[in-house]
Design a protein around this ligand. Structure first.
Ligand SMILES: NC(=O)c1ccc[n+]([C@@H]2O[C@H](COP(=O)([O-])OP(=O)(O)OC[C@H]3O[C@@H](n4cnc5c(N)ncnc54)[C@H](OP(=O)(O)O)[C@@H]3O)[C@@H](O)[C@H]2O)c1
Length: 315
């Protein structure tokens, strides 16, 4: 299967390396890569002048699947949304690690893919490649997801633990930045936007919520003081930025992101640093979860590969 890449940053490079390393087991071929600064046609990616448009790139690359790995725009889901639609219009399957399109327009994209008879996969968008969406699709037939709760934002965990240890909020931000996990503007993580985009993506895919990140009730960690987090710790409790969704009495999906004071024994309190935990509350399977311990970009790349393999199973 020939693969066209849009975006060639850390995830795409790790993905290209994984494809090269796993070539014997998974014979995917990189047909080209396109960024704002240059375009390359494979299999050996040597970047030359940027293609005139995404459409021109896709037409020339002649791939069966687009792997969309451009930067996230949390407010709109663009430019990935347009890239995905350009691929669907050409009868291409799409895999993305970009949560923006799911958080803003999942229902429409799912319908467009179905109308074109192509597949759409997105395992790496929320849990860095750990199985969530493919687990529900492939392992939980007939199960209805009634809600979820997740500790999904690494930067907030690092800041709150730094404050517990007597360091300042800004020192916590600096630690997260040194690990390369926070956005250029840390407010995206601190104010709960990252968690809200993830919550909207999960709710749209798993609960057919038809929401946008702006619909998530959102409170960041900015109002918590060092006294708050240390008092919680002294009482054997811990603050964690939690994303939750549930179905209200009116049948609508309600989502909330906020710092919660949890008992240390709560599963959501057990993941620290870059580790994440997501619990799905279901009708037939009770509560099931996915945990990822200190995932790195290689795991995000693996999630993309697992999506490609999942697509080949449908063909
Ligand atoms: N890093 C992770 O561990 C991780 C985990 C889960 C999900 N993700 C998601 O995966 C995606 C890629 O992440 P990353 O860490 O690889 O990002 P990155 O290193 O910042 O790379 C982003 C790439 O997108 C390209 N790009 C941006 N706008 C573009 C446009 N309009 N047209 C074409 N190319 C464009 C950039 O190249 P130019 O600047 O040259 O255009 C760059 O090559 C993001 O959506 C991110 O949220 C990442």
């Amino acid at each position: 299967m020939r693969v066209a890449l849009i975006g060639y940053g850390s995830v795409a490079r790790a993905f290209a390396a994984l494809v090269a390393e796993q070539q014997k087991r998974f014979p995917f071929r990189i047909a080209g890569a396109h960024t704002r600064r240059g375009t390359a046609y494979g299999p050996v990616l040597e970047f030359g002048p940027v293609a005139g448009s995404v459409g021109e790139f896709l037409d020339r690359a002649q791939a069966e699947v687009l792997v969309e790995l451009s930067s996230l725009s949390p407010e709109t889901g663009e430019p990935a949304l347009t890239h995905i639609r350009e691929a669907f219009a050409r009868g291409m399957h799409v895999v993305t690690a970009n949560k923006g399109p799911l958080a803003h327009a999942f229902g429409a994209l799912r319908a467009e893919a179905a109308a074109r008879g192509v597949e759409f996969r997105y395992e790496s968008t929320v849990m860095d490649g750990s199985p969530v969406f493919n687990m529900v699709r492939n392992c939980l037939p007939g199960v209805k997801v009634l809600g979820f709760s997740g500790a999904l934002n690494s930067t907030s965990k690092i800041i709150l633990r730094a404050m517990e240890e007597g360091r300042t909020f800004d020192e916590g931000v600096a630690e997260a930045r040194a690990l390369g996990i926070t956005e250029a503007d840390p407010a995206y993580d601190v104010d709960g936007w990252d968690s809200a985009v993830k919550a909207a993506a999960l709710a749209n895919v798993l609960m057919d919520a038809g929401v946008r990140p702006q619909d998530v009730e959102r409170e960041g960690i900015g109002a918590l003081t060092a006294e708050d987090v240390r008092a919680a710790r002294a009482a054997g409790e811990i603050y964690v930025l939690i994303s939750r969704a549930s179905i209200g009495d009116d049948g609508r999906v309600r989502m909330r992101v906020s710092p919660e004071r949890l008992a240390m024994s709560d599963p959501l309190a057990t993941v620290q640093g870059t580790s994440n935990l997501l619990l799905l509350h279901t009708d037939l399977m009770g509560t099931v979860g996915t945990i990822s311990i200190e995932p790195r970009v290689e795991q995000t790349a693996y999630g993309v590969l697992s999506d490609l393999v999942d697509i080949t199973r449908t063909l």
